[in-house]
Design a binder for this molecule. Structure first.
Ligand code: AMP
Ligand code: MG
Length: 412
């Protein structure tokens, strides 16, 4: 099988996955979820024409020539209903959010007025009709859809939901995710330190990547490179919506993951992608589970999660924006490159008046986790590049943050 391009592999994954289902949550539990129903306004807001300022409601015709003097007829606070009609030569003291009284067609803020005698205000500024009035229904109109299905629930969205009194609503279900590490060389977190072993960092780095998507994954532990033991672990893993298997996916004689999952009925879609770090990446499906066979090298595992697993899980969670945000940056140093795969280089970003500057976080070996720990983003070196120059404009995919985008954002 040919090595797939990154976009081809991602295309196959995104065609395969769909939303995981729908459930009802309360407003208090909903941050980070995605609406599975449209939400409508249950009243006009503001409910009537209201003042946008602390000031005076008046007739704009009365202040066409200034200074003008007006008599205060009443005080209107937010929550009060006006009792009187403003006639020629009159005004009403009004607070922000209070209803504009009959007769008045404008508000002037208190800073543009002065009290020249008891209950007599002098107005020093001309105001037009409608000045500092928020019109009924300007914020939202009764019955209108204010949030579409597919909206990601941010704190701002929570505010809108609370405004329309949406206490419970439908959101997309979060997929259940299991993580399995494989390899005879691996040392568990609670095992004694053995210099001949490799600490199992992948289970935990992957756990954190899944947690950052708002999902609490289940760690299945470490399976030895033994087909019988592996089969037992994988069988358990296939009870989840998403199974992430670290290691054992390449073509070594002890790489049993691919044959074993195939034996368990997983239909393999691909197992080689032209990506660095991370080319032994496998993807397969059953009717219930999406299986990602991630490379064992720690950076490769994390980069493959970034590029392939994040968009898949976000689609399952109902998100419309699947991809990490990308920014343009100037390269702080040259990059040597042999064309033939898309490379993701770990970089730190700084900023000057000209925008972002990207600098490598150090050794870029696929085992060098420190390069990932220090990174703000992944610089994308296109497949056909023959190298990058210092100062060249490059695309960097941000590794952090809750803002995602519709498009992949880089040329592979
Ligand atoms: P593999 O993909 O199984 O050939 O693994 C490649 C290399 O990745 C291994 O030699 C280990 O050094 C490393 N590795 C595999 N699994 C893990 C893991 N769970 N945590 C840390 N390193 C790992
Ligand atoms: Mg292995």
């Amino acid at each position: 099988m040919e090595h797939l391009r990154v976009s081809e592999a991602l295309g196959i994954i995104l065609e395969s996955v769909s939303v995981a289902g729908v459930e009802t949550v309360t407003l208090e539990q909903s941050l980070g979820r995605v609406l599975a129903e449209a939400i409508s306004a249950n009243r006009d807001l503001p409910p009537y024409d209201v003042s946008a300022m602390d000031g005076f409601a008046l007739r704009s015709a009365d202040v066409a020539n200034v200074p003008a003097q007006l008599t205060i007829i009443e005080d209107i606070k937010a929550g009060d209903m006006p009792g009187k009609t403003v006639q020629a030569g009159q005004c009403a003291r009004i607070m922000t959010g209070a209803p504009v009284p009959q007769g008045a067609d404008a508000v002037i803020r208190v800073e543009d007025t002065q009290e020249v005698a008891a209950n007599i205000m002098q107005i020093d500024k001309v105001v037009k009709s409608g000045n500092d009035i928020r019109l009924q229904g300007e914020g939202m109109k009764n019955g209108e859809v204010v949030l579409q299905a597919g909206t990601e629930i941010t704190p701002g969205v929570i505010g809108v939901l609370a405004t329309v009194k949406a206490a419970r609503f439908a959101v997309y279900r979060r997929p259940r995710v299991a993580i399995l590490s494989t390899g005879d060389e691996l040392e568990g977190m609670h095992d004694p330190v053995d210099p001949n072993k490799i600490p199992n960092s992948n289970s935990y780095a992957l756990m954190a990547q899944v947690q950052a998507l708002g999902i609490e994954p289940v760690l299945l532990g470490i399976a030895r490179d033994d087909p019988v033991e592996l089969e037992c672990y994988l069988r358990h893993g296939l009870e989840y919506d998403v199974l992430l298997v670290s290691g054992g996916t390449s073509v070594g004689v002890h790489d049993y993951v691919r044959p074993t999952i195939e034996k368990l009925g997983v239909q393999m879609k691909f197992w080689r992608v032209a990506i660095k770090p991370g080319h032994p990446l496998a993807f397969g499906t059953t009717s219930n589970t999406f299986v990602f066979g991630l490379p064992g090298n720690p950076v490769s595992s994390m980069v493959c999660f970034e590029e392939f697993v994040i968009p898949a899980i976000r689609r399952m969670m109902g998100n419309l924006r699947l991809h990490r945000r990308t920014v343009m940056a100037r390269l702080g140093h040259p990059v040597k490159f042999r064309p033939g795969r898309t490379e993701f280089i770990r970089v730190q970003l700084t900023q000057d008046a000209g925008g972002y500057i990207a600098n490598s976080t150090g050794t870029q070996s696929s085992g060098a986790l420190m390069s990932m720990a220090r990174a703000d983003g992944l610089l994308v070196v296109p497949f056909d590049s023959t190298g990058l120059l210092e100062g060249e404009l490059v695309t960097v995919q941000l590794l952090d943050g809750t803002v995602f985008q519709d498009e992949i954002g880089f040329r592979e």
